[in-house]
Design a protein around this ligand. Structure first.
Ligand code: TPP
Ligand code: MG
Length: 422
């Protein structure tokens, strides 16, 4: 696994990371109080102790990039620019919320401005969705990166593997953050996965991965930044495993008594905000005055936003029938964009070659012994080696006739994208 490059970070960046982690925690603390006052509709999930992951990874994205947060990624929403009032009103099912009270928790997005795809409850399903977003961005020539998050439990779903494999074969500019917080509801990670590092799952798809201390925001940010840059440069998807711990139960209803006391104590000493604050003070990046200023700014903002949410109305009863089914133009403004000419979205203009070979693949008894094509239309590999069978020859001929241009081009240049990458 490559070591992330170390680049000096500015003081402002350090303070921003601090501000967003603090804001993340305060927003969730405010919602815990609202929950206890019975003002939250539905479940309430906590990212206590995992703030460095949401904040550090989302901070590595640019404005044009896309994200799909999960339930423990409120910090990512804040970094991307969602105001706390949207998070409060949404959890309170208010008419002023992004879904106007039709959905709860963090089930909302913003496709128009902030480029946020709404979470869906089915764990893992956002992976192929975001791989698709990444590919669509490439098709449109936008140079965007798409990011989503998944838990240790979610990384055992079938769609995690389907999605990552799809992203890998398409070399999508996609970064997947795997938050290994050691628990999936009441199941410890060691009882559901027989490997130590979940980052190893990347090997199955031939993609790069990193392992990072999820309680160290600087490490998370620098790793995510490097991954985002590499994905943007066309190196394909990257998986980051962030090791951490779920400090609360699965949701508010779960006291998590199944968690061993020693494990909890170990991680409580590693609180990401406490650790980072100590680092900032030691490095003289933060002092008592700027800390007070940050706290005052945060309290004023949250007071205003919470009041707005509490004073907002619930949706009117007749609204229940509206917006359930798409009614065409008055429902959504986003439509497909097919306007780019084909030459622009195929090699050599697009950043990815659709055809390559895998060394050794297909070798063995009764095979043709050379590298086998892994994509239909890979005439280059037929052309480079003696065709042992008539069918291979005929196939190669037939494909060449059908003008499979991209493959024919890589045959002329005599190198495949995989070889070029090495
Ligand atoms: C496909 C699917 N299976 C089961 C569930 C029910 N479920 C919701 S959260 C959860 C535990 C998830 O654990 P993990 O992925 O580790 O995330 P964490 O809660 O630790 O952040 C389960 C089983 C679901 N939402 N989707
Ligand atoms: Mg988990």
């Amino acid at each position: 696994m490559p070591e992330p490059r170390k680049k000096p970070l500015s003081r402002q960046l350090h303070l921003d990371l601090y501000y967003y982690m603090r804001l993340n925690r305060e927003v969730e603390d405010t919602m815990t109080r609202l929950f206890r006052q019975n003002k939250i509709v539905g479940g309430l999930y906590s990212s206590l102790g995992q703030e460095a992951i949401s904040v550090g990874t989302a901070y590595a994205l640019e404005k044009r990039d896309w994200m799909a947060p999960m339930i423990r990624n409120i910090g990512a929403l804040l970094v991307k620019g969602v105001p706390p009032r949207d998070i409060f009103t949404q959890h309170m099912a208010k008419y002023t919320s992004p879904t106007q009270g039709k959905d709860g928790t963090s089930h909302f997005g913003d496709l128009e401005n902030l480029h946020i795809v709404s979470p869906i409850s089915m764990l893992g399903d956002l992976i192929p969705v975001m791989a698709g977003v990444a590919i669509a961005g490439r098709y449109l020539g936008q140079k965007i990166v798409a990011m989503t998050w998944i838990g240790d439990g979610g990384s055992s779903t079938g769609v995690f593997h389907e999605g990552l494999n799809f992203a890998a074969t398409q070399r999508a500019p996609f970064v997947l953050i795997l938050e290994n917080n050691l628990w999936a509801y009441s199941t410890p990670v060691r009882r559901q996965v027989p490997i130590e590092n979940l980052a190893d799952r990347a090997k199955a798809y031939g993609i790069e991965s990193y392992i990072v201390d999820g309680n160290d925001v600087v490490a998370v940010y620098t790793t995510a930044k490097e991954a985002v840059e590499r994905a943007r440069a066309g190196e394909g998807p990257i998986l980051i495993e962030a090791k951490t711990f779920r400090r609360r139960g699965h949701a508010q209803h779960d006291p998590a008594e199944y968690v061993p006391k020693e494990q909890r104590e170990f991680w409580e000493k590693r609180d990401p905000i406490t650790l980072y604050e100590a680092f900032l003070l030691k490095e003289k990046l933060l002092d008592a005055k700027s800390k007070n200023e940050i706290e005052d700014r945060m309290s004023a903002l949250l007071e205003k936003e919470r009041e707005f949410a509490e004073n907002s109305p619930m949706p009117p009863p007749e609204f229940v029938r509206q917006g359930v089914y798409c009614t065409g133009d008055d429902c959504h403004k986003i439509g497909p964009k097919w306007e780019r000419p084909i030459a622009e979205v195929t090699p050599p203009k697009c950043s990815v070659e659709p055809v390559w070979t895998v060394e050794g693949f297909g070798r063995g008894k009764s095979s043709s012994r050379g590298d086998a094509p892994i994509h239909f239309g890979d005439v280059s590999s037929f052309a480079e080696k003696p065709a042992h069978t008539a069918s291979a020859k005929t196939q190669a001929k037939g494909l060449a006739k059908k003008s499979v241009k991209p493959a024919a081009k890589s045959a002329v240049r005599g190198k495949t994208p995989q070889k070029a990458r090495r």
